[in-house]
Ligand binder design. Structure first.
Ligand SMILES: [Zn+2]
Ligand SMILES: [Zn+2]
Length: 159
């Protein structure tokens, strides 16, 4: 997503966001996500603040049953464009960009925010039964066969 500093009026405006971005991170997490929402842009003296809560949607892997499913999560975006390329302020903060004019590329801000907002565990549904640790079956689709497998014939002889 681009924010055009030259065309952003002073004061508060809204910036609609609807963009597909590559996340490229850990396995089992969405490769790509579509970010949709509205950001608030505050164009102040010397700096522009971009913030808002948007929704990200992508293909996730369920932490319990390992199935792929469409997952939507909240992404909090809060970044600042300092209109002084020389400024040392926020140099070690990836949410602070330094640019005087022209188009600011907010893709990396969106990517990092989407990654940060992603929950540690995601499940395909409240009722997901997961995978049996014993027989490895997806219990949403099949019955567990552990009891049959671990049945010990020695007990059969007992009265
Ligand atoms: Zn699941
Ligand atoms: Zn089992």
């Amino acid at each position: 997503m681009k924010l055009d500093l030259d065309r952003t009026p002073g004061g508060r405006t809204e910036l609609p966001l609807d963009e597909e971005i590559a996340l490229q991170w850990a396995e089992g997490r969405p490769d790509r996500a579509r970010l949709v929402g509205t950001l608030t842009v505050d164009n102040l003296e010397g700096r522009v603040l971009v913030s808002g809560q948007v929704q990200a949607a992508g293909m996730a892997v369920c932490s319990r049953c390992l199935a792929d499913f469409d997952f939507t999560w909240d992404v909090e975006i809060s970044c600042m464009v300092l209109r002084d390329p020389e400024s040392e302020e926020g140099r070690d903060d990836s949410m602070v960009l330094h640019q005087r004019s022209g188009e600011v590329d907010l893709d990396e801000v969106c990517r990092e925010s989407a990654v940060l907002g992603y929950p540690l565990t995601v499940v395909c549904g409240e009722g997901c039964k997961g995978i049996c640790a014993g027989c490895g079956r997806n219990l949403n689709q099949e019955e567990c066969v552990c009891e049959a497998d671990t049945h010990d014939p020695r007990w059969d002889a007992l009265p």
